[in-house]
Design a protein around this ligand. Structure first.
Ligand SMILES: NC(=O)c1ccc[n+]([C@@H]2O[C@H](COP(=O)([O-])OP(=O)(O)OC[C@H]3O[C@@H](n4cnc5c(N)ncnc54)[C@H](OP(=O)(O)O)[C@@H]3O)[C@@H](O)[C@H]2O)c1
Length: 392
């Protein structure tokens, strides 16, 4: 029986994870569930999954969570604040932590889980982007196990099974990207947040949906793959595959390519990581190859979607550049979602922030957090100026 903490239980990955867990009560029990603000939704999940602890990261919402748990007659302990996230991630009451908070806010509890030697199922790619070396060091020292939940990295993990020479046997990792909702749209000037969040194949949280629309999501995934598979940017390629059936591929030294396929449903990579190395049912629909139709592949349009190139450049620059890239992106996406920045200015905010912030290599978590704060401060300044200039 695995005892699971879900960081970000009220989100899209949280819901898919709980769906898989509910299908296997003989294998999984829930130890703790967390949310940022949605106290009622968290209490509803607590009523269904009976965790020992529920954490609301926004401490001001703790009384609301307490009342909501009481109103449902639950004995679940309520805790509040960011430290409580790290506490439930490291608690001896769980052995598996699903890291599904969005953004750099997930970094500290994910590190805490790694230090405590948990099986960490990582959806929160921003944690690895901001602090790749430190997170992997925490995994090694803590004796933890890091498994990817991102569909592309789960695919790579599956394609690499049996490749005993590791990166030496691999010629290229080929990450697929759907191309997002604007792959074929000519004019991006008036894109609205709802249009950007209407992903053609996946239903996801709003931040990652915008990242998919700018192709920053694939840029973050290149950085994530670099850390997970220790391979370097020159051997990681992104190819646009609008049907989202092939989730990624590995080309080996002998030119053989192994691909992992499936319907676009996050429950498949979640089930894979939860039960690894076993295979369990996920609830995903099976692929029907007779009705699937054509699978197509094309090069990403880097001129229309410059965020992909910015992410590659940050990875090549190394040091603190990926952390600053991430901070600037989170700030720009937030401003776009609040209708304070046009879609087409997101890349410009990131580029200018990267040029202005000193991006020395972080020696520890304090340095990463300082880079993140400075990246956000400068990006906010750039957003405000560009918002005034554009009248947005
Ligand atoms: N969705 C997907 O299909 C998918 C696929 C691959 C990877 N990912 C990655 O998985 C992560 C989660 O994505 P998502 O789509 O599930 O996001 P989401 O639907 O927006 O959910 C985010 C979760 O994190 C919580 N949260 C937000 N800000 C927080 C903070 N500052 N402190 C603590 N908790 C916070 C939210 O709580 P509230 O509900 O209370 O706001 C919610 O539970 C992201 O890193 C994303 O890139 C997602």
């Amino acid at each position: 029986m695995r005892r699971v903490t879900i960081l970000g239980a009220t989100g899209s990955i949280g819901a898919s994870s709980l769906d898989v867990i509910a299908r296997h009560p003989d294998r999984f029990a829930v130890f703790a569930l967390t949310a940022q603000n949605k106290a009622d939704a968290l209490a509803d999940l607590a009523a269904r999954f009976r965790p020992q602890v529920a954490v609301i990261a926004n401490r001001a919402m703790l009384p609301v969570l307490r009342d909501a748990l009481r109103a449902r007659g639950l004995a679940t302990q309520a805790r509040g604040g960011a430290e409580a996230l790290a506490e439930v991630a490291a608690d001896a009451g769980c052995d598996t932590v699903i890291a599904a908070i969005v953004g750099a806010a997930g970094l500290l509890p994910t590190i805490a889980a790694a230090r405590a030697g948990k099986r960490v199922l990582l959806a929160n790619k921003e944690a690895l982007v901001c602090a790749g070396a430190l997170l992997l060091d925490a995994v090694r020292r803590g004796g933890a196990e890091l498994l990817p939940l991102d569909s592309e990295h789960s695919a790579l993990h599956q394609c690499l099974a049996g490749a005993r020479g590791g990166a030496r046997d691999v010629r290229r990792l080929i990450l697929t990207a759907s191309g997002g909702p604007f792959r074929t749209r000519a004019d991006l000037a008036d894109v609205t947040p709802d249009e950007a969040c209407a992903h053609p194949n996946w239903v996801m949280g709003r931040k990652i949906s915008v990242d998919s629309a700018t192709l920053m999501n694939q840029g973050l995934e290149v950085i994530e793959a670099n850390w997970l598979f220790d391979i370097g940017p020159d051997r990681i390629e992104v190819v646009v595959h609008p049907q989202s059936v092939v989730h990624s591929m590995v080309e080996f030294a002998d030119a053989s390519v192994i691909a992992q396929c499936g319907t676009p449903d996050m429950r498949t990579p979640i089930a894979y990581a939860l039960a690894y190395p076993d295979r369990i049912t996920s609830g995903s629909t099976a692929l029907n190859f007779q009705s699937l139709g054509a699978l197509t592949f094309e090069a990403p349009d880097r001129a229309r979607f410059p965020c992909l190139g910015l992410a590659y450049a940050a990875l090549r620059a190394g040091g603190g550049a990926p952390a600053v890239l991430n901070a600037a992106n989170e700030t720009a996406v937030e401003a776009f979602l609040a209708q304070r920045l046009p879609f087409t200015r997101i890349a410009g905010v990131i580029e200018e922030t990267l040029a202005r912030v000193d991006r020395g290599a972080p020696a520890g978590m304090d340095d990463v957090l300082a880079l993140d704060r400075e990246g956000r401060r400068v990006a906010r300044e750039v957003v405000e100026r560009r918002a005034v200039v554009t009248g947005a």
